[in-house]
Each structure stands twice: as structure tokens, then as C-alpha cells.
Design a protein around this ligand. Structure first.
Ligand code: HEC
Length: 121
């Protein structure tokens, strides 16, 4: 029994340390991808873009796009944003539309940011 408790304590320390170490920053880790790959389309006043603007945190979190809110805080698997990046949303095209899909690492970083509560950091 004692061993199990110690294993649990140790495990939670490791998890805690990892989370702390790898806290994703919206400004430094997420926004640059939007700037590079998305706002060519998602900054224009155009009905065809799902009414989604990716020009900053408040625009992303506004939640009034066609299938929005696209970010569900703490739940990347329920977030339309991630489904669109993976091509599993079940409507429209995979994002970025007409370009090479983002690599797994980049999608992973954005997912992690959402799972960490999608803070404006
Ligand atoms: C070439 C233009 C273009 C680019 C680049 C692009 N998108 Fe889109 N996006 C669209 C269009 C058009 C739609 C609406 C049709 C659809 O859902 O496929 C859309 C829809 C979306 C939606 C669904 C919004 C909703 O509520 O229905 C999300 C999320 C999204 N894009 C995310 C992104 C992300 C993230 C990027 C960058 C990695 C990106 N898009 C790059 C054109 C683009």
C-alpha cells in the first residue's frame, strides 16, 4: 500500500514539473502560427471564411463564427479549431485551406495550450 502511495506522489510531482516546464504561451507559441498561416484569410471581412478572425486572442475567443466557439477551454478534442487543423471537423476543408497541413508538433502545441485552459498569456 505504502509503495502505491509513494508511486502516486512521485507521479504527480513528475506531471506537475512537466506541466510547469512546458506551459504554452499564446503570444509566443500560438499566435505566430496564425500570423504566418491563417490571417491571410481569417483577417478579411469576408463571409466565406466561417466568420472567424484570427488576428488576436479576443478575436479567436469571441465565439461567434459559424461553428464557434472554436476553442473549448481545457478540451482540445472538443475544439473545432483543432478538428479543422486535423481535418476531422466534418464540414468544409482542412486548415490551412489549400496549403500543406500544419505538422503534428505545431498542432500538438496549440492543443496543449487549449488543454492548459487557453490562457491569454
Ligand atoms: C486560403 C484561405 C484560408 C486559410 C489560409 C485558412 N483558412 Fe480557415 N477557413 C477558410 C474558409 C473559406 C473557411 C470556411 C469554410 C470551411 O470551413 O472550410 C474557414 C474556416 C475555418 C474554421 C471554422 C470556423 C467556423 O466557425 O466555422 C476554422 C476553425 C479555421 N478556418 C481555422 C483556420 C486556421 C487555424 C488556419 C491557419 C492554420 C486557417 N484556418 C487558414 C479559409 C482559410
Amino acid at each position: 500500500m505504502k509503495k502505491i502511495i509513494w508511486a502516486a506522489v512521485l507521479y504527480s510531482c513528475v506531471v506537475f514539473a512537466q506541466n510547469k516546464e512546458s506551459l504554452v504561451s499564446f503570444r509566443k507559441d500560438v499566435m505566430p502560427t496564425f500570423t504566418k498561416k491563417c490571417i491571410g484569410c481569417h483577417a478579411a471581412e469576408d463571409e466565406g471564411l466561417g466568420n472567424l478572425f484570427l488576428t488576436g486572442y479576443s478575436e479567436l475567443m469571441k465565439g461567434d463564427s459559424d461553428h464557434g466557439p472554436v476553442v473549448v477551454k481545457g478540451k482540445s478534442d472538443k475544439s473545432v479549431l483543432i478538428m479543422k487543423l486535423r481535418g476531422t471537423a466534418g464540414f468544409g476543408k482542412r486548415m490551412p485551406r489549400g496549403m500543406k497541413p500544419l505538422d503534428e508538433k505545431t498542432i500538438g502545441i496549440i492543443s496543449r495550450w487549449i488543454d492548459q485552459g487557453a490562457p491569454n498569456n
